[in-house]
Each structure stands twice: as C-alpha cells, then as structure tokens.
Design a protein around this ligand. Structure first.
Ligand SMILES: [Zn+2]
Ligand SMILES: [Zn+2]
Length: 740
C-alpha cells in the first residue's frame, strides 16, 4: 500500500492524503490525475507526493481511480506551479489546472468516447514531383496544414468535381496514400502565413557572436538570462532558429514564446521550414483537440520545439535546454484575470529552476529587462544595424499645435500619403483607437454619452450606427437627440480608425485600404488573410490599431503615419510613457525593411516630450535613461517591486469601507515588524467603475522581491483578508502592467 499526497484541482488551499492499494510498485504515479472522495462527491486531483508511510493520526480514504497511465504534470512543472502559485498568490490547484489541456481538466465521462474513423490522404513524395493540373498551390497548402493526413472530404470540397479523378490518379502514381485515421488525429495544425521559404542566411558578425555566447551557456547547462536588444529588422529570428538548431543537436528541447497569435502564424511558417515535424504550436486559435494532440506530442517527447503564446510557458517539454522569449516587452505576456502571471517572468523562473539559458529579445525591451541588463544581471547583446544594411527609417515630427484647425491629417502627412500612393508604394496609418468618434457631446447642455456600467464615454461606430463601450462591450443604438435636453445638437468629437478610413477614401479614392482593428478582424483567419493581402501588395493603405505594431514584417511598406502619438501618453499610469515609446518605435520599425527607404511621420501636440524625442531619433535608450531617472526618484519599478491590490463591489459603500479597513490592516502590519514596505492609498482606480463594479486600489512597494512575497503571504493568509473576501472581491496583481 502507498499513500498519496493529493492537491485537488480547485481553489482548495490544503492537500489531502489518500491510500492506494497498488501492486505495481514501479508505476509512476507522481503527477497523475486521480479521482478522490471528498464528502459525498468524487473530485479531481493531482498526485504531488508518494510515501510508503501513513501520516500519523489520520485514517486515509482510498483513491477512487487513477486516471492516467503516466504523469500528465511533470515533476518539474509541479515545482514551477508551486513557485508561481506562491508568487502570484493564486491557488496551487488552479495553477496546475492551467497547465493541462482542456479535455484533461474535467472528470472523464462515464462512457468511454468512441472515435470516428475517416479516410485521409498523406503525401508519399515531395510535392514538387506531383505532376497534376489539379495539384495547385491551394491544394499544396492544404496538405501542408494537415501533416498527419488530409481528410478526403477536404479534397472533395476544394476540387469539387475533379476530386475523384485526382485521388485515383495520385494513388496510382504513388504520390499519395489513403489511410484510415481517427477523426481526432487528422488535425489542421497550421494557419501559417504565406511567407517565402527562407534559406539559412549568412550570419552577420553581431549574430555570430550572440550565437556563440548563448551556445556556450547552452552547452554548460547554466542559468544565464540574455537580453537581445536589437533594432527592428536586425535578424533576431535567424538567431532564434540557429540556437534552436544547436539545442536540438545536443538532444535538448526548446521553448519559444511570442506574445500574439498573429506573430506565431508568421514564426510558425519559418520554424516549420527548418524543423518540420519537430515543431509543436500552441495558442488559443487552435481547437481543443489540436491543442491536446500538440500537448501529448510534447509530453511524449515526440516534438521538441514548442512555439506558443503566453500559456505555452507551462508546456511539459522534456529535457528543455533553452527558452526564447520574443518581443519580451509586450504587455500581452501578462494575463489580466485569474492567475495574473507574466509569461516572460514565469519563463525566467522556469529557466532558473532548470538551470538553463534564456534569451529575451526585443527592439524595445521592457524597462525591467533593460535595467537588469544595465546592472549586469543579464548578459546584454545590442544590435544597432539592420541586416543587409537597410537603413532605419527617417522620422519627422509634425507639431499639431501649429496646424490651423484640428484635423486628422496634417498637411505634411496628407502630402506624403498622396506622394507615396502616386509612386505605387504602401503606407501605414497607426491610431490606437477603434470606432468613428470616441465622444458624443451635446452642444447645448454638455451631456456626454457614458456607459452606464463603466462610467466611461461611449464610442460612436459608424458601420453599425451605434454607441459602444470599449471596456464591457455594452452597445446601444445611436441617439438622435440629447437624452437630457432633447435638442438635436450632438457633436461627435475626436476620431478613431473608422473616421481615418473615411478620410483616406476622400483623399485617395482609388486606393485599396485594409483596416486592421478588432471591429474588422474577428478571428485569426481574417487577420492572416488580410496580412497576406498586404504582403502581396494588393493594399496601398493600411490603417490599424496596436494590432499592427507587433513584429509584423510588411516588406512593401515605405511610409508610416502616426496620427496621434499622445493618445496613450495621456493615460494616468506610470507605465504610459514606456508603452508609448515602445509603440512608436515598433510602428516606425515596420517601414522600409526591404528595398525602399522608410519614412515615418509622427503627429503630436508634445513634440518636446522625451518619449517623442526618442522616437524621432530612433533612440530607445535615450527614452530608457530618462525614464529610469524618474522611476528611481519616484521609487517605481524597476527600482521597486510592486503589487496592486484591487477591491471591487457593486456596492459603493461596501467597497469604500472594505478598502479602508484593508489599508489600515496593511499599514499596521507593515509598521509592526519594520518590513520596509511602502503602502500607497487606498485611492479610487482611474477607471472607477467597470462592468457595474466600483473599484479602489492599494499599491505596495518594496525594494526586494523576497520581502514583498513574504509580506504579501502574511497579509493574504490573515483572518482580516479572509473576512473581507467574503464581502467584496479582492484581487492581488503582482508586478502590475497597468494601474488603471
Ligand atoms: Zn443636451
Ligand atoms: Zn462599459
């Protein structure tokens, strides 16, 4: 008999011991899921520890069932989850649950599932050697998407009446095999963008040096964080590919993180060209079955390169030897609900636990990483030259205060747009605001249309003629007259991407326009097809929100217009400068990556602000140095470690009273033992009401992370907080990325 220490996969904070009559002593049970009796029910748990001795004083109940033939959470991941759980103050059971693919997160169904079997085709020769008119680019792409078998139904759907002839001929010629496959196994694994195949390129001396140095850490198995700070277009991807190759040669697996699905689709094609079947992909755009199959292949060590978004940091790679975090500064790495983790930081924890090198890459590193590199905690590589010697774009500023009337386009940007179009070149307009007009104001009485649930102005959308809240999604019909004074004198103030599109249509009626924002792009397929149209030069003007700032390579782009550089800068958040500087440089970097010289025009009302200045000079370090100075003075991250405690309730009084009680308790605890923690607040959050809830917050800052962890644990596991959490919602946000 053995005794299992079981963590339930829910919010239960303590573990329980169960006994198992096992006659298979070698069976690896640690990390397996088990069903255990709790009260009158069976609940799902994970085995954290195995012992031959029964804990004293307790009579253990028997395990109801062991659900897995082998561990589904590796020992390494259990340790990582324990660390993550205590760092972010999130229940361990729920943290572990996040590492499992969806089907394993539930109790198994009573009846075993039966799999449907379907006919599928697999290529048995290289696609080039198939000589058939029907085997066109589209069909080739389909075959590439379904590496383990292309369902015949998809071929029929694609070729229509030619399909049977094609299948018979292809079988006869030995080009394909028709196999029977369980429906679940035939998986569309790729949404990769159409990118030309790239041969391994000759490395520049910068690239070679980095490869060499990280390669050495790889061979030695030592935890070394490296920051690759390289301008846009400096060939970071080629370095990632070569390092992955090196790790594979040493028999190690590699984890590659990218912040957004759209970037994954771009990287996926490039990685698949080099690593073929070894590549696993992981993001929310894939179906649960596909994710399950990718996850299983990784767990069984059949796939050794995992490429994915945020939650891929918890994939069960075997013998992981290297972690790469691309665009490490990106706020998308931070999850803003439930477990509020930052995947970049969890990747660092994982690398440290595994004692392996980690490479963080960005053209605009987070101040935290920049600071760590400057202080010598990270090895810093700087690349200031683009590959092939393409020059960085020329940047100019238009002072909007000097423009005669407030308009979307300055004369300068308008002329440049026209000029660029006349030359047959591509332009991009960046504005981080969706919709048509962000405010609807009554000219007579001053009424502003506000979301009832959020106390935030509603945005007018012209395409559906309605008013929408961009925070909670509340939508209402457009109003014809002021609801307060009943006069029909409403003004639609400001502008969003819809209005920009309309304006471009009047300036350049012949131009093909692609708008890229969340209103037009509803899913990944939309995005990939739009990006493909852009890449193929079928579009002359791209208009987009932050969706287009991230790492995309627009080879034909030669002019970028930043319509309102001050939008984010004005937000009352200590990180707004950092976010703006990153966005401006990232957007600027999209232009002129190939033959044409890039030009960037920035429209601003603050031309002398150092954020704008650094964007104009294309000098991100200039921004970092100034910003670090001010952060140090104000004791903000990276000089301080910070946590934000958010209290929310639909009852304004309750949250007010609760947050003050909590602040008093935190202050008295902080003073009692001389914790050297700084407590700020409580204060109403800048977004005071969201989704019907009133919000207040308290900030705690400390110089050292370990001190803060200990202090927080003391607060969080106290009776005061326990009681408070029964009345109002209390959320801990460690290392917050925004304080809005
Ligand atoms: Zn009015
Ligand atoms: Zn709202």
């Amino acid at each position: 008999m053995i005794f299992l220490n079981v963590q339930l996969l829910d919010a239960t904070e303590i573990t329980f011991t169960y006994r198992l009559d096992s006659n298979e002593p070698d069976r690896q049970i640690l990390g397996c899921r088990v069903l255990v009796p709790v009260g009158r029910h069976h609940r799902l748990g994970i085995v954290l520890d195995v012992s031959e001795n029964e804990p004293t004083g307790i009579v253990s109940k028997p395990v109801a069932a062991v659900l897995d033939p082998g561990p589904v959470v590796t020992e390494e991941l259990i340790k990582l989850c324990q660390r993550v759980s205590s760092y972010y103050l999130y229940p361990l059971g729920l943290t572990i649950l996040l590492t499992l693919p969806e089907p394993l997160r539930r109790k198994p169904p009573k009846k075993p599932q039966s799999f449907r079997v379907i006919k599928a085709a697999v290529l048995t020769c290289p696609p080039e050697s198939v000589q058939d008119r029907a085997f066109d680019e589209g069909l080739k792409e389909l075959f590439a998407r379904y590496p383990s078998g292309l369902p015949l139904s998809r071929i029929r759907e694609y070729l229509k009446k030619d399909s049977n002839r094609f299948i018979t001929r292809a079988k006869k010629k030995g080009w394909i095999d028709v196999i029977l496959a369980p429906d679940d196994d035939v998986l569309e694994s790729s949404f990769g963008q159409a990118i030309e195949e790239t041969e391994p390129k000759e490395l520049t001396s910068d690239q070679a040096k980095i490869l060499d140095e990280v390669g050495r850490a790889l061979a030695k198995d030592e935890f070394t964080p490296h920051l690759l700070y390289g301008v846009t277009g400096s060939g970071k991807t080629e370095i990632y590919l070569r390092l992955t190759e090196k790790a594979l040669e040493m028999g190690k697996s590699v984890l590659v993180l990218a912040p957004e699905i759209a970037l994954i689709t771009q990287l996926e094609t490039i990685f698949r060209n080099r690593f073929g079947e070894q590549l696993a992909v992981w993001h929310s755009g894939l179906s649960p079955q596909v994710r399950l199959s990718q996850w299983e292949a990784i767990l069984k060590n059949k796939k050794k390169v995992a490429l994915g978004t945020r939650s891929a940091v918890f994939l069960p790679l075997r013998n992981c030897g290297l972690i790469i975090v691309d665009e490490e500064h990106d706020p998308s790495y931070k999850q803003e609900d439930r477990l509020r983790y930052n995947a970049r930081d969890v990747a660092l924890m994982r690398a440290q636990m595994l004692q392996i090198p980690i490479l963080l890459g960005s053209a605009t590193p987070s101040l935290q990483s920049y600071h760590n590199a400057r202080e010598g905690r990270y090895v810093l590589f700087t690349i200031t030259q683009r590959v092939h010697g393409h020059p960085l774009p020329e940047v100019e500023v238009v002072d909007m205060r000097r423009e005669r009337s407030p308009r979307i386009f300055s004369n300068r940007l308008r002329e440049a747009l026209e000029e660029n179009f006349a030359l047959g070149l591509q332009s991009l307009l960046f504005l981080n605001r969706r919709g048509y007009a962000p405010y609807v104001l009554c000219r007579s009485c001053g009424y502003v249309a506000i979301c009832k649930r959020c106390s935030i102005p509603l945005t007018y959308h012209i395409d559906e003629n309605n008013l929408r809240c961009h925070y909670c999604g509340f939508t209402t019909e457009n109003i014809q007259a002021c609801p307060k004074c009943e006069k029909s004198v409403l003004l639609y103030l400001g502008f969003g991407t819809e209005k920009v599109e309309k304006e471009v249509k009047t300036i350049l009626p012949q131009a093909q326009i692609a708008r890229i924002d969340r209103d037009v792009i509803k899913n990944m397929k939309d995005l990939v097809s739009t990006l493909n149209r852009v890449r193929q030069g079928k579009v002359q003007v791209i208009i987009g929100t932050q969706m287009i700032t991230k790492g995309h390579d627009f080879p034909l782009l030669s002019l970028t217009g930043i319509i309102n550089a001050d939008g984010v800068l004005a937000l009352p958040d200590f990180r707004s400068g950092e976010l703006t500087a990153q966005q401006l440089l990232q957007v600027s970097g999209r232009a002129g990556r190939r033959e044409s010289i890039g030009r960037v025009i920035i429209q601003t009302y603050n031309p002398s602000h150092y954020v704008i200045e650094s964007a104009v000079k294309g000098d991100y370090s200039l921004f970092c140095e100034k910003e670090l100075e001010s952060r140090e003075k104000l004791f903000y991250p990276p000089y301080a470690r910070m946590v934000r405690i958010i209290c929310e309730s639909i009852d304004m009084e309750k949250v007010y009273k609760g947050v003050y009680d909590l602040a008093d308790f935190i202050r008295s605890t902080a003073q009692g033992e001389d914790w050297e923690c700084v407590v700020i607040g409580p204060a109403p959050a800048p977004f005071f009401k969201l989704r019907d809830r009133y919000r207040w917050h308290i900030l705690i800052k400390a110089r050292h992370s370990a001190v803060l962890t200990e202090f927080l644990a003391k607060i969080w596991h106290s009776k005061v907080v326990d009681k408070l959490r029964r009345r109002i919602k209390v959320t801990v946000d460690r290392d917050p990325i925004t304080c809005l």
